[in-house]
Write a protein that binds this ligand. Structure first.
Ligand code: SAM
Length: 228
């Protein structure tokens, strides 16, 4: 059984997909999908040896070696054209790292139609990368598990130009459509409290550049507006 977070990610994987799960750790997600016959093929990519070995062991123990391939490598490096991957999954990392992995592996994205991303923080970095590279956000979900709040973002390659407002980049274009939402409110009230403390500390320290304070104040205003 998957965690609520990984189950939410799994729910967004279309039946019969060929996926690459980058930063797979124990490969729980692709193994689960393979056992449930939800996917045709998967790569479990890992850049660190220990997690890569965990993935290999889990795949063998669960007897899904025929469907899930364990590969050691940095980011999308583990993906080859002959794998015919159509869906990339990157879950459980910061948004900045997710955007870096996508940026570094851009040429591996040809033929990839769907990205399923679950940043732990910095979701706006991910959305900004998607906008610039013409991926349209088609679905988003926010969930809470063990006192943590997570967002899952699904994006599809498009030929159209995508523009998202600062508000949409921060809060998520699809999440803005489901408001009011209790988990969303909880997340952004906590964020607001953090911003307030940060501004107070900056003002206290005095020497903080005004533009940093302005930026935080602007974010605070955006949050207040959306929570109203
Ligand atoms: N995806 C799983 C999940 O959501 O439960 C595991 C998340 S785990 C916290 C993050 C994993 O990403 C670690 O095992 C780490 O080694 C791996 N990782 C970090 N940077 C990576 C990169 N550039 N390429 C591949 N894997 C990476």
């Amino acid at each position: 059984k998957l965690s609520n977070r990984l189950q939410t990610v799994a729910n967004f994987i279309e039946s019969g997909s060929r996926i690459a799960d980058i930063g797979s750790d124990h490969a729980y997600l692709p193994v689960f999908l393979a056992k449930n016959k939800q996917i045709e093929f998967a790569i479990a990519g890992e850049v660190v040896k220990g997690p890569h070995e965990n993935a290999t062991n889990e795949i063998n123990e669960q007897g899904v070696q025929g469907v899930v391939n364990s590969r050691l490598g940095d980011g999308l490096e583990v993906v080859s054209p002959e794998d015919h991957i159509d869906t990339i999954v990157i879950a459980g990392m910061g948004g900045t790292l997710i955007a870096q992995i996508l940026e570094a592996g851009k040429e591996k994205l040809q033929g990839v139609t769907t990205l399923v991303l679950q940043p732990n923080v910095g979701e706006n970095r991910v959305r900004n990368w998607l906008m610039i590279h013409q991926y349209e956000i088609t679905k988003e979900q926010i969930l809470k598990e063990d006192h943590h709040i997570y967002e899952v973002i699904v994006a599809k390659k498009t030929t159209e130009r995508i523009t998202y407002s600062a508000e949409q980049l921060l809060f998520g274009p699809k999440l803005l459509q489901i408001l009011p939402n209790q988990i969303f409110r909880e997340k952004w009230e906590a964020e607001l409290a953090r911003e307030r403390t940060a501004v107070q500390q900056m003002e206290h320290a005095k020497k903080v550049p005004q533009d940093r304070i302005d930026k935080l104040n602007h974010k605070t205003e955006m949050i207040k507006k959306v929570l109203k």
